[in-house]
Design a protein around this ligand. Structure first.
Ligand code: GLY
Length: 397
């Protein structure tokens, strides 16, 4: 049994009793943290203003791409993304065992393809950068790319390939997390409307749900792109998160003739073939607030980018199109840890990496709640990095 140290940030008894926890947000992050904490013996309540597993969890593509998505300037995220990537197979196994529901982890790897000589030159530069970081990314010539993916445009010039960059079905992940959390004793409160943080005596006391105060030793803010708007948050504990809109499209492949096996990044889009025959095409990146309308330009860009790489999609029926909101932070990195307001922990700001970072976030936040210790992997991503310096507040230096 883990005993709370004297410096524990939450008001747990020194007898070793587990803290009670209230979580705002039932996306993959909130549900995974809840599952881990309830499995460790905590009383956990998750509050969701709508339906669990919607938001970015529903809208995402489920790519677990720690390697091929790394571009210059993003090296700081690698220890966290690679650690989470390594956790994924065990996390998926545990979750499927606990829930009895599959998450369709698919391990065929990811390709980033070049359609022109220009694309190939850019990709070779990126390849050098990623190889210098020690990432397991290899260069494939055009003939080898066509051998592995025969339906790609015949002129494909080459590709980066990473065998470690997998994918999971994020919607199945949500259903599985929901079932596992419930089996572990998590109480899930859906359609709550807006919940507010309750602060008493300079610390988080729980959540106000309508007029009712739900008391908890610890509150975890896992509200994704909506995290900054939660009422009751003191300004100093408000995470700098904004919605970054992404439109997507899903087409249905002929089950007798799947057009793709790998996740494929093209110069304009990415393509994610699911085991059930769906082919996801994503995604735009737009600063439009919470405007979830699909636009002609956005849909055109996705279809055009996909068709240039994989002409066979022209024949496929469109099954669905949607928009979602990545929780983008001020530096595009997640915000994980003690908020500065005692009793309130942030687990948000995952931007393009929420599904990938679910296991490492769940383990790290659970450890923080249970022991008061911050995992060294999470330390660079604490909310404190956004604290205003004296010059910004107008105070004398
Ligand atoms: N991680 C893919 C995206 O954000 O569109």
């Amino acid at each position: 049994m883990i005993h709370a140290p004297a410096s524990h940030p939450f008001s747990v008894s020194q007898s070793g009793a587990r803290p009670s926890v209230a979580i705002i947000g039932a996306g993959c992050i909130g549900l995974a943290v809840a599952w881990r904490l309830a499995s460790a013996g905590c009383r956990v309540d998750v509050f969701e203003r709508g339906e669990a597993g919607r938001g970015a969890t529903h809208a995402a593509g489920g790519m677990l791409a720690a390697c091929v998505e790394t571009e210059p300037g993003e090296e700081g995220l690698l220890p966290l993304t690679r650690a989470s990537q390594a956790l994924w197979p065990g996390f998926a196994r545990d979750l499927e065992a606990a829930s009895g529901l599959p998450v369709d982890l698919r391990t065929d790897g990811t390709m980033v393809i070049a359609l022109t000589a220009d694309d190939a030159a850019k990709l070779r530069f990126l390849h050098g950068f990623q190889r210098d970081l020690g990432l397991p990314v290899e260069w494939l010539g055009g003939a080898e790319v066509r051998r592995r993916e025969p339906f790609l445009q015949p002129g494909v010039a080459g590709a980066l390939f990473c065998a470690d960059d997998h994918q999971v079905d994020n919607r199945k992940l949500a259903a599985s997390l929901r079932r596992a959390a419930g089996a572990a004793g998590v109480r899930l409160h859906e359609h709550c409307g807006e919940v507010a943080l309750a602060v008493e005596g300079g610390r988080a006391a729980g959540l106000l749900v309508g007029d009712v105060l739900h008391r908890a030793d610890c509150v975890v803010l896992a509200a994704g792109a909506w995290a900054a708007g939660v009422p009751g948050l003191p300004d100093a504990a408000r995470p700098p998160v904004r919605p970054v809109k992404g439109q997507m499209i899903c087409v249905r492949m002929d089950p007798r003739l799947p057009l793709l096996r790998h996740v494929v990044w093209t110069p304009g889009t990415y393509l994610i073939p699911r085991l059930d025959g769906r082919l996801l095409i994503g995604a735009t990146t737009e600063e439009r607030g919470f405007d979830e309308r699909l636009t002609a330009g956005g849909q055109l860009a996705l279809l055009d980018g996909a068709w240039r790489a994989l002409p066979g999609i022209a024949e496929l029926p469109i099954e669905e199109a949607w928009a979602g909101f990545r929780p983008g932070s001020r530096d595009d990195a997640p915000i994980l840890g003690e908020s500065g307001l005692p009793g309130l922990i942030h687990a948000t700001g995952h931007h393009r990496n929420g599904i990938l970072l679910t296991p490492v976030t769940a383990d790290g936040i659970a450890r923080l709640v249970l022991t008061g210790e911050t995992d060294p992997l999470l330390r660079p991503f604490g909310p404190g990095r956004f604290a205003r310096r004296p010059a910004e507040t107008g105070a004398a230096a």
